[in-house]
Design a protein around this ligand. Structure first.
Ligand code: S3P
Length: 172
């Protein structure tokens, strides 16, 4: 793989799981921006939101992309669901490589993330309403930020990886 593959999409779309599986199968490196940020902060995402605030987290996301731009290409990168919302980040994403939007429906998100405590934006209150409004706001942005869109509902990880491999060829 001579360029990076970047996976974007909503929480629960499977960016990290699919990215990891793709990287293992194709013997390339895998990085996840949330993990990079957690490692450098020495805290979980939930703790960063609680003690430093969302704005600080969003700044760390931009820094993570800048760090990745300095590394050699050929890596699978999954990014946090909110990262493409910053225009600067969308520009950095396109510079980084091929951007693929893993698109997911509200019901799939709710099913997959039921009981999840690690995502501060979904904790407490009416999760369904929150997912609906965030997804409505974000989906056009994800679309605009990506070169390819893959629907992931009802597909298992291997199925998404296969589709990714096939579709990547068509745009390379
Ligand atoms: C967020 C998504 C999370 C994480 C943080 C904020 C968001 O990543 O970055 O909780 O704004 O959608 P995942 O998309 O990997 O869950």
């Amino acid at each position: 793989m001579n360029r990076n593959l970047i996976l974007i999409g909503f929480m629960g779309a499977g960016k990290t799981t699919v990215g990891h599986a793709f990287a293992k199968k194709n013997r390339v490196l895998f990085v996840d921006t949330d993990q990079m940020i957690e490692e450098s902060a020495g805290m979980s995402i939930a703790e960063i939101f609680e003690y430093r605030g969302e704005a600080a987290f969003r700044q760390e996301e931009t820094e993570a992309l800048k760090t990745l731009l300095k590394r050699p290409a050929g890596t699978v990168i999954s990014v946090g669901g909110g990262l493409p919302m910053r225009e600067e980040n969308r520009e950095l994403l396109k510079k980084l490589g091929l951007v693929v939007y893993l698109r997911v429906e509200v019901d799939t998100v709710l099913l997959r993330l039921e009981g999840d405590q690690s995502r501060p934006l979904l904790s407490g209150g009416d999760a369904k309403a929150r997912v609906e409004s965030l997804l409505a706001q974000r989906s056009p942005v994800y679309q605009e930020a990506s070169h390819l869109v893959i629907d992931v509902d009802l597909k298992d990880v291997d199925g998404v990886v296969l589709e990714l491999e096939e579709r990547m060829e068509s745009v390379s």
